[in-house]
Design a protein around this ligand. Sequence first.
Ligand code: ADP
Ligand code: MG
Length: 313
Amino acid sequence: ESVSNIIAAGEVVENPASMIKEILENSLDAKSTNIRIQVKNSGRDVTISDNGVGMSKDDLLLCIERHATSKIFNKEDIFNLYTYGFRGEALASIASVSKMRITSKRESDELGTEIKALAGKVTKVSPVSVNEGTEIEIKELFYNTPARLKFLRKKSTEYGKIKETVLKESLANPNVGFSLEIDGRELLKTSGKGIQNTILELFGRNVLKNLKEFPLGFLGNLEITRSSKDYMHTYVNGRYVKSQILEKAIIDGYYTKLTKGRYPFAIIFLEIDPKEIDVNVHPSKKIVKFSESSFVYNQVFSEIEKAIGEDED
Ligand code: ADP
Ligand code: MG
C-alpha cells in the first residue's frame, strides 16, 4: 500500500484561511523566524514571505507536484507528526486552483529561482535575485473552479477567519515574528520575542495582567471570561487543535467559579506522544482524537483545578 493511498484524500484548500494555514505551516517547517502575510481581494490574492531555509530550483519545481513532500519517508512516519506538513499535497492543491508565483533561495545559492504556474502548470522558470527564504504569491484563488469560488463567504467573514488563523499560529510560535496585512492595513503583528510578549501583542495589557502561568500554559482569571468559547486556545505538540475533550476539561477545571454562559481565557500547550493522536480525522488537521482521551482529560482537568484552587488561599 503506497503512502499516498493511506492518506485520506480530501480538499486541503477549503477557503483562503485554510490555504494560508498550510503555507504558514510550510514556512514554520522551513525554520523561518519571520513571516509576512499580505491579503487582498477577499483572500483570493495572498502573498506570504518567509526567511526560512528556502528551496533549490529542483525542489521548487517539485513542490507543486502532488505528494512531493520532503517530510514523509515511510508509512510509520505519517503517525509521527512532529512536523506540521505530512501529506505533500497542500502546495499542489493550491497551485491547481490559482495563479501562483514562487521565489525562493537557499543560503548556499548565489541566486534564487522564480517559478510561475497557472492552474498547476509551470509557465516560467528563471533565476532571480532575492533574499534567503521563500515568497509564495497566489492570485485569483479558485479562478478556474467557479463552483468552489461560489462557496467563498463575504469578504468580512473570510478576513475574520484569516485573522483567527494567523493569531493561532502566532500564539503557537511565539519565537517567530508574524505580520498580517489585509487590504494594506496591518491587523496583527508579533515580534517573536517569547510567549509573554506575544500575548501582550495579540491580546493587550489587560489580558496579560489577568493571566496566570501554570504547567500547561496560561489561565485567565474571572475578570476576563468571555461569552464565547473562542478564547480557549488549545494546542497539541505545537499545533492548534479543536477538541471537545480539552474544552470540557478546561471548563470543568474552573468548576463552580464560572458564571453560566461564560468561558475562561486559556492557552493550553499539550505535549503528547504522536502515536497517541489521530490528527488525520479532518484534512484541515484541526480536529484531533486521542487514543487515551480520559487520560488527557484528567491531566488537563487536574492541572487547571490545582491552578485555580491556589487562588483561594
Ligand atoms: P508537505 O508540507 O506536506 O510536505 P506541501 O505541499 O505543503 O507538502 O509542501 C511541499 C514541499 O515544498 C515541502 O515538503 C517542502 O519541501 C517544500 N516547501 C513548501 N513551502 C516551503 C517553504 N516556505 N520553505 C521551504 N520549503 C518549502
Ligand atoms: Mg505543508
